[in-house]
Design a protein around this ligand. Structure first.
Ligand code: NAP
Length: 238
């Protein structure tokens, strides 16, 4: 079996870093990407210390130019679209000053900011890498989504994040349908509530636990599912 190469977006910290670490320990070669080149290199260096085969690559998923440079990497077998922002967060300059997370208060620009990274980011990177997967006749694409994007369970609050993840879920179905016949499996995953900068320290799961279903979807066998939404490796409603 060939050694597979996995590219993870937003892999300098949180679930992205942990996903890269677990994939590396499974024997995949890992391309650790981050929007800041130094942070990408620092994350890669930590993984090299664990005897993982890794390269660092700068990638800002909100930049067309940055995504266009992905072609230089050559074919990639596995893509984990992990990078995301919680645009309602007061730390985000685009949403600065927002104290409430109600849809009655969150500025429309926060929805645009979330869509730019969380939805269009995955769209751009998938467009850049899917042709290489087609040439290989093999591909796994994992869109790291969230229960907050589930229509069945849609509630109030966090409108920017929720809408961006619902959009990502729609993209999952669209790409899965278009790529199914070419050996490329595309799925969305909710990692659960995880202790990261986004999830906060009070979250239920460690990054190790949160990354498990992402890694499972990234390493599915050829007869694995496509076009699904999963948590704890089980299908969940959209
Ligand atoms: P995190 O700790 O906040 O990490 C987010 C990552 O995304 C960081 O590496 C960040 O890079 C990167 N990023 C943001 N904008 C980017 C851009 N334009 N280009 C490239 N990278 C960018 O969050 P996390 O908890 O690990 O979240 C990972 C994924 O899990 C996200 O898709 C999130 O929506 C999803 N998720 C998380 C939870 C949870 O409870 N934690 C629950 C459900 C879903 P910088 O360091 O440069 O900011």
């Amino acid at each position: 079996m060939p050694i597979r190469t996995a590219l993870v977006t937003g892999a300098n910290r949180g679930l992205g870093f942990e996903t890269a670490r677990q994939l590396g320990h499974l024997g995949l070669r890992v391309v650790v990407t981050a929007r800041d080149a130094d942070r990408a290199e620092a994350a890669a260096e930590r993984l090299r210390g664990q005897a993982i085969s890794v390269v660092a690559h700068q990638l800002d998923v909100s930049s067309e130019e940055s995504c266009a440079r992905l072609a230089a990497l050559g074919p990639i077998d596995v893509l984990v679209n992990n990078a995301a922002v919680m645009a309602e967060s007061a730390e985000n300059p685009l949403a600065a000053g927002l104290l409430s997370r109600s849809a009655l208060d969150v500025a429309p620009n926060a929805l645009l900011a979330a869509f730019e990274t969380n939805t269009l980011g995955a769209y751009r990177v998938t467009q850049a890498l899917a042709p290489g997967m087609r040439s290989l006749g093999y591909g796994r694409i994992v869109n790291v989504s969230s229960g907050l994007g589930q229509l069945q369970d849609m509630g109030g609050g966090y409108p920017a994040y929720r809408v961006s993840k619902a959009g990502l879920n729609a993209l999952t179905r669209i790409f899965a349908s278009e790529l199914r016949s070419q050996g490329i499996l595309v799925n969305a995953v909710c990692p659960g509530w995880v202790q990261t900068e986004m999830g906060g320290p009070q979250a239920q799961l460690t990054p190790e636990q949160g990354a498990e279903t992402i890694v499972w979807a990234a390493t599915l066998p050829d007869d694995g599912p496509t076009g699904g939404f999963f948590r704890n490796k089980q299908a969940i409603p959209w």
